[in-house]
Design a protein around this ligand. Structure first.
Ligand code: SF4
Length: 356
């Protein structure tokens, strides 16, 4: 397999770029034994793990090291089957609600955030709670609380039933109405059309959200926007690069789980941007060879909760079927990282001090 990194504008990316473990390392590798077939892969970058997912997964792993197994995790820590299975094998127990956690045990709240009542339940059961909510989700919670305190009607654009939406709505249920897509905008009623703001789930389609906001603004011209983008950098960046490659692709393969909102959006964005077909898979073995029949260009990307290993498995699978020429298209370089939750860091410091 050989890999040629390139920016979307066509400039060659330095071949000696160094990347951290867990992400594609970007080195140019050339296997002269691989025959040139005229078939190629366009590999999107950025793809895969975002800062919030990285932090959440590390939180569980560090907690396991520090406190020992089992560690309870309320809901899937991130929406990825492989990550959840891997952490289970390391001693994490995933539960749906706090009631399933033995009194006094440690529970970690997932990256998607929780409503305030979930903290209260944990307190009532004397659970040691560690909050792995992504700081960019927490930012939306703060916005919801602030606008609710100022007595705004808040229109939360998001998908009904998604954990993040449930968590954010729980901050101010009496002020928040869910708007699930552009068509739902027409059903909204507010108390005062001069005092209404929209917020959003972090993992939506950027374009569909703009459409929903435009529909809302037709009815509510004084609708205020969030102080800063609620759709996070990782979601936007992954959609942006997919839009660049999709028009050239016969098929786009997105690695990600079905309950991962940002992964599902990537398939939709690829199709909207001109890919002839798009598929969401958890693992390489789920690829149907019929998808590749007659294809010359296959796009590959992954959702924000997907480890790079799974993408490399897909590239290996494709290479074995003649798609060994991989061109990485880069539209952004992400360097954001988040520190671990304070409550965990405090215990880690105390343990280090106790060890001397
Ligand atoms: S997708 Fe965005 S909001 Fe969600 S965990 Fe990643 S950075 Fe945070």
């Amino acid at each position: 397999m050989w890999v040629r990194p390139r920016t979307a504008a066509g400039a060659t990316v330095a071949a000696d770029v160094r990347f951290r473990a867990g992400t594609y390392d970007g080195r140019v590798t050339q296997d002269e034994a691989t025959p040139r077939t005229g078939k190629r892969v366009l590999l999107a970058k950025p793809r895969g793990y975002c800062a919030g997912v990285d932090r959440a997964v590390q939180t569980v792993q560090e907690a396991l090291k520090l406190y020992g197994a089992p560690i309870y995790v309320r809901k899937q820590i991130v929406h990825n089957k492989h990550v959840v299975q891997t952490l289970e094998a390391q001693g994490a127990i995933f539960v749906e609600e706090n009631e399933e956690v033995p009194a006094g045990a440690t529970v970690i709240f997932s990256a998607h955030g929780v409503a305030p009542e979930v903290y209260e339940q944990a307190k009532a059961r004397s659970l040691k709670a560690i909050d792995a909510t992504c700081p960019l989700v927490t930012k939306v919670h703060h916005e919801a609380k602030r606008f609710a305190a100022e007595d705004y009607d808040i229109l939360l654009i998001g998908h009904e039933g998604h954990e993040e939406v449930i968590g954010t709505s729980g901050e101010a249920p009496e002020h928040i109405q869910l708007v699930d897509g552009p068509d739902a905008a027409d059903q909204i009623t507010v108390r005062d059309p001069n005092k209404v703001v929209w917020l959003s789930q972090t993992t939506l389609s950027v374009d569909e959200t703009l459409e929903t906001v435009a529909r809302l603004k037709k009815r509510l011209p004084m609708l205020q926007s969030p102080p800063s983008d609620d759709i996070c950098y990782a979601t936007s960046n992954r959609q942006h690069v997919v839009k660049q490659i999709a028009p050239d692709c016969d098929v786009v393969i997105v690695v990600g789980s079905r309950n991962s909102s940002n992964s599902v959006r990537l398939v939709e964005v690829a199709l909207d941007a001109g890919a002839r077909a798009g598929h969401l898979i958890d693992f390489a073995h789920e690829i149907d060879d019929a998808w590749l029949a007659g294809a010359r260009t296959v796009g590959v990307t992954s959702g924000a909760s997907v480890p790079e290993d799974l993408v490399q498995d897909v590239l290996a699978y494709l290479a074995a079927r003649g798609f060994g020429d991989v061109e990485e298209i880069t539209t952004a370089n992400e360097r954001l990282t988040f520190s671990l939750p304070q409550e965990l860091k405090r215990d880690m410091r105390a343990a280090a001090a106790a060890r001397g």
